[in-house]
Write a protein that binds this ligand. Structure first.
Ligand code: TXA
Ligand code: MG
Length: 312
């Protein structure tokens, strides 16, 4: 368990407008006081991220969520009761006190309560909502360990809290409740089916329907990428290629076996990609994943990471 003194130091830094990277169950976040526009500007600088990309605000309770939004509809209450703390971000009309740099100028804000004891302890200690994107440079792979944060961001971050590997492994599901119909903006391990079981039918953002990059503002179709060229498809020329394979029929050379269970696959994906990237292979080839709802979030990240997609 991370020492109370680490949480105390991190909380002091955050209150002073500094950046602290902290673990969540999905990926590591690069946090700043969400109510301090100057501190939030530092996040964009550290990531090299365009200011057109809105940040998620992390809270430690539903009561705190209600303070950063202007409306809290019954659908939000039901979903938060069911899935928080957990990997679901709700997009709602923002409260006045949330600076527009957090929301990239939008009148809505993404809010989530992370299911990680260190993240929750930090938010409770500061008593502040924390704006935190994934703690990686813009377009690079999200970090799932403290070491990956340090490697990617270097001295741009004031403190990194090591909480071990993130166990969900891909970013949260993002659902907009800002309009008349709920819209799934980013698929994740809380699936469309999970959400519909609680609030009824939802819509998919237009390009999510096509299995392509989705409509969340500031999202770029090339994202979550390792440096090595990455292809989704069948095995080909073996020289210098590593394969990420979940089915039993693996390529003979350099296969990295992946779990056939989606939750376990997600938990290992980014760490495996970080490690595959360090092999300096010519190419990373990933076996396409099943076309079912439980794999939607994983398929989305793979399509974004891929430089080329050939599905046989
Ligand atoms: O699991 C996660 O969500 C992680 C951890 C750290 O919580 N965070 C994360 O943040 O993935 P980031 O900044 O890499 O992705 C934020 C996503 C983007 O797709 C962004 O477009 C969407 O949330 N988003 C945030 N605020 C939004 C808003 N007001 N309207 C629409 N989409 C929004
Ligand atoms: Mg990110």
């Amino acid at each position: 368990m991370t020492k109370t003194s680490t949480i105390n130091l991190a909380a002091e830094l955050l209150k002073a407008g500094r950046l602290v990277a902290f673990p969540t169950e999905t990926v590591y976040g690069l946090g700043a006081n969400a109510l301090d526009a100057k501190a939030v500007r530092r996040i964009f600088q550290a990531k090299g991220r365009p200011s057109t990309s809105p940040l998620i605000v992390h809270v430690s309770s539903r009561a705190m969520a209600k303070r950063v939004v202007a409306k809290w509809p019954p659908t939000a209450e039901k979903l938060a009761k069911q899935f928080w703390p957990g990997p679901l971000t709700l997009v709602l009309p923002k409260a006045k006190q949330v600076p527009t740099i957090v929301t990239a100028g939008l009148q809505t804000v993404g809010v989530r309560m992370p299911a990680h004891p260190i993240a929750l302890a930090l938010i409770r200690k500061t008593r502040l909502p924390l704006a935190a994107p994934s703690a990686n440079r813009f377009t690079e792979l999200s970090p799932v360990t403290a070491e990956q944060v340090t490697k990617g961001l270097g001295t741009a971050v004031d403190l990194v809290i090591d909480g071990g590997p993130s166990n969900v492994g891909i970013e949260s599901t993002v659902l907009s409740l800002a309009g008349s119909t709920p819209i799934l903006l980013r698929p994740g391990m809380i699936t469309r089916e999970h959400i519909e079981a609680i609030i009824g039918p939802i819509e998919l953002a237009q390009n999510a329907k096509d299995g392509e990059a989705h409509a969340s503002p500031g999202q770029h179709s090339r994202h979550y990428s390792p440096r090595t060229p990455l292809r989704l498809g069948a095995p080909s020329k073996p020289a210098g290629t590593v394969y990420l394979w979940w089915s039993k029929k693996r390529p003979a050379q350099f296969p990295i076996p992946m779990p056939a269970d989606p939750a376990q696959y997600a938990a290992q994906l980014y760490d495996t990609l970080h490690r595959a990237d360090e092999l300096h292979a010519r190419e990373i080839v990933i076996e396409p994943v099943p076309n079912t709802g439980q794999w939607d979030g994983i398929r989305d990240r793979l399509l974004r990471a891929a430089t080329q997609t050939i599905i046989a």
